[in-house]
Design a protein around this ligand. Structure first.
Ligand code: ADP
Ligand code: MG
Length: 348
């Protein structure tokens, strides 16, 4: 639905070109929640600002549906921007206006004069984001999460088909982040809203996105379903972001730190297999011992996952792998081997 082809963006600062994006190709599907993740300065904000043409690309084209938006000017451009809502990290509310007046603002800008129409639409939006009783408050009287709900209501005022969120939860605590992400997912489902969610936090992606693109140094370095990118990161930038999400703990692994005996495997359980006691049963049946060297468990959106790095010791390893695979568990052989001593805390 949104397509960027060969997009580059260079800013000019102090007479010199600052490259921000290079040769970006990206497709955003209608009705999906696409995450764009990257560390600070990677080019994320530039990318979203290009989608609603707050910035012009230095090269390349952007299409929304069949429309080449990079060709639009004047009134057509203003109409396009109205069809794309945007939510910001620091909310960008007007402090001198009430909550209701903030949400009414884009309707007024769009030329709506009928106060009854505006009042009805504002009431409906505030109800939807759970702020019906806060209409007459001022932004300074609200919590961060409430401010962002106002930001979302305002972004939806003109019924856009696309919502761009630039670090929308980065100023919020984890619990508030969760509730704002839940709201965005509900809006995605109820309205068929296409959402582009920019973040530097892998946890935000894991909780809310269908697909993710990883941006590093102005380039998209990896892209795909969240389950694949999160559980099998292939680019160093992705690996770094996944590890940050796990607080630098021994969660993600490379399997390289180990020495001699016992082959290492990474087992990935996705969906209901994550809840089944398969590993112990198969170990018993095939006479292997296993030592768990690293593990992580959680949810990718609503889907449970578990990923374990194990050393398989003794018994019929080939048969065990065959049975694990048949049980729907993804088995990858890792490069390293565990030292014989570590097999001491093997479980069987
Ligand atoms: N208005 C601007 N003028 C000059 N350089 C900019 C401007 N905006 C962003 N940049 C530069 O472009 C690069 C990408 O920035 P940005 O898109 O804001 O990254 P992110 O949102 O991922 O932190 C950075 O090197 C940043 O310094
Ligand atoms: Mg940014």
């Amino acid at each position: 639905m949104i397509r960027l082809t060969g997009i580059s963006k260079h800013y000019v600062a102090a007479g010199r070109a600052v490259p921000a994006l290079e040769d970006v190709d990206l497709e955003i599907r209608a009705g999906e929640i696409l995450g764009i993740i990257g560390s600070s300065g990677a080019g994320k904000s530039t990318l979203v600002r290009l989608i609603n043409l707050l910035e012009r690309p230095s090269g390349g084209e952007i299409f929304i549906g069949e429309e080449r938006t990079t060709a639009l000017t004047g009134r057509d451009l203003r109409n396009l921007r109205r069809r794309i809502g945007m939510v910001f990290q620091h909310f960008n509310l007007l402090n001198a206006r009430t909550v209701a007046a903030n949400v009414a603002f884009p309707l007024q800008l769009a030329g709506e004069r009928d106060r009854k129409v505006i009042a009805a639409r504002v009431a409906q939006l505030l109800e939807r984001v759970g702020l019906a009783d806060q209409a007459d408050k001022y932004p300074r009287q609200l919590s961060g999460g409430q401010k962002q709900r106002v930001g979302i209501a305002r972004a939806l005022a003109c019924s856009p088909r696309i919502l761009l969120c630039d670090e929308a939860t980065s100023a919020l605590d984890p619990q508030t982040t969760r509730s704002v992400l839940d709201l965005l997912q509900e809006l995605n489902r109820e309205l068929g809203l296409t959402i582009v969610l920019i973040t530097h936090e892998m946890d935000v992606i894991r909780q809310s996105c269908d697909r993710v693109a990883v941006i590093d140094g102005g380039r998209i370095v990896e892209e795909g379903p969240v389950s694949r990118v999160f559980l099998h990161p292939s680019h160093p930038a992705t690996l770094r972001l996944v590890r940050e999400a796990e607080h630098g703990g021994g969660g993600a692994d490379t399997g390289q730190a180990h020495g001699r005996a016992g082959p290492l495997f990474r087992l990935t359980f996705l969906g209901e297999t994550a809840h089944r006691p398969v590993l112990g049963r198969i170990a018993a049946e095939t006479g292997i011992d296993y030592a768990i060297l690293a593990g992580r468990v959680g949810h990718i959106r609503q889907t449970p996952y578990a990923q374990l790095t194990v050393a398989l010791v003794g018994g019929n390893v080939a048969a065990a792998i065959g049975r694990l695979t048949t049980a729907g568990i993804e088995v990858e052989r890792l490069g390293g081997q565990v030292p014989a001593g570590e097999a001491l805390h093997a479980v069987a």
